[in-house]
Design a protein around this ligand. Structure first.
Ligand code: KIV
Length: 283
């Protein structure tokens, strides 16, 4: 029988104050128990508070802030300042979920000193509990250093949006055997380097299942099928607030853009007609 996320997991110090707090360790135990991990993104306090209230396990302050909030086409222009700012807002809204902050493009690629300093900023200035970065073998030395400094790291393989100018397309990755083999190796290397979890984006589901089964850390899929240990979506996509991109892996759980426009039009009409405000809504 599956367990609710709020119940203590076996082997966890169940009665203490951290009972409900999601930690990297707890996520590992969830994988061991076959309990699936639900993750979503947030960029501000209001959304983060609602996700936390719903019991979402992990909230990612993604560099998708660029497309969702900043209205841009890629994630490559996001800066450390943007990420620290948005992550600090999210942190304020969360009590239970694990808050992970994306390290933006070029904040960790130059060298591991710079990467460590930037990971440290995300923890000290924004208050996140872990950072995420994209890449396999080439970032493993950096992952090791950040983890050694006490900062949990989440890897990200498959489609890596920060490399969009290299790929030239957002299509499914690792369909061919060479790239699939590289991905299998990268996942293993990230696990060895100490990553506590790995995001797998837009890869064939058979490969994602195989990778999830081959590593001990939780693999969180996005467009990677149901064989992963958990799933993540961009919140504004699943709520139907952002409808500009409609990849098939996005399930729309609401049509909030339509509801919002309808509410704005209603308000507009009421203001124009003088129906808002009434006496009850005035002093
Ligand atoms: O930036 C982001 O939101 C992400 C997730 C979609 C995994 O990296």
């Amino acid at each position: 029988m599956s367990q609710s996320p709020d119940e203590p997991l076996e082997g966890e110090e169940s009665q203490d104050l951290t009972r409900n707090k999601v930690t990297t360790r707890r996520l590992g135990l969830m994988k061991e128990r076959g309990q699936r991990i639900a993750c979503l993104t947030a960029y501000d306090q209001v959304m983060a508070r609602l996700l936390d209230k719903a019991g979402i396990d992990l909230i990612l302050v993604g560099d998708s802030v660029s497309t969702v909030v900043q209205g841009l086409d890629t994630t490559v222009t996001v800066t450390m300042e943007h990420m620290v700012y948005h992550a600090s807002l999210v942190r304020r809204g969360v009590q239970r979920a694990l808050v992970v902050g994306d390290l933006p493009f070029m904040s960790y690629q130059v060298n591991s000193d710079e990467a460590l300093r930037n990971a440290g900023r995300m923890v000290k200035e924004a208050g996140v509990e872990a950072v995420k970065l994209e890449g396999g073998e080439s970032v493993c030395g950096t992952v090791q250093r950040i983890v050694a400094a006490g900062i949990p790291v989440m890897g990200h393989l498959g489609l890596m949006p920060q490399s969009i100018h290299k790929y030239g397309t957002y299509q499914v990755r690792a369909r061919g055997e060479d790239e699939a083999q590289e991905l299998r190796k990268d996942a293993k290397r990230l696990e060895e380097a100490g990553a506590f979890s790995i995001v797998l984006e837009k890869v064939p589901s058979d490969l994602a299942r195989e990778v999830s089964d081959s590593v001990s850390v939780p693999v969180i899929g996005i467009g990677a099928g149901e064989g992963c240990d958990g799933q993540i979506l961009v919140t504004h996509d699943m709520l139907g607030i952002c409808t500009r991109f409609s990849p098939r892996f996005v399930r729309r759980y609401a049509s909030m853009a339509d509801d919002m426009v309808e509410a704005f039009e209603h308000y507009l009409g009421d203001v124009r007609s003088g129906e808002f405000p009434t006496e009850d809504e005035s002093y």
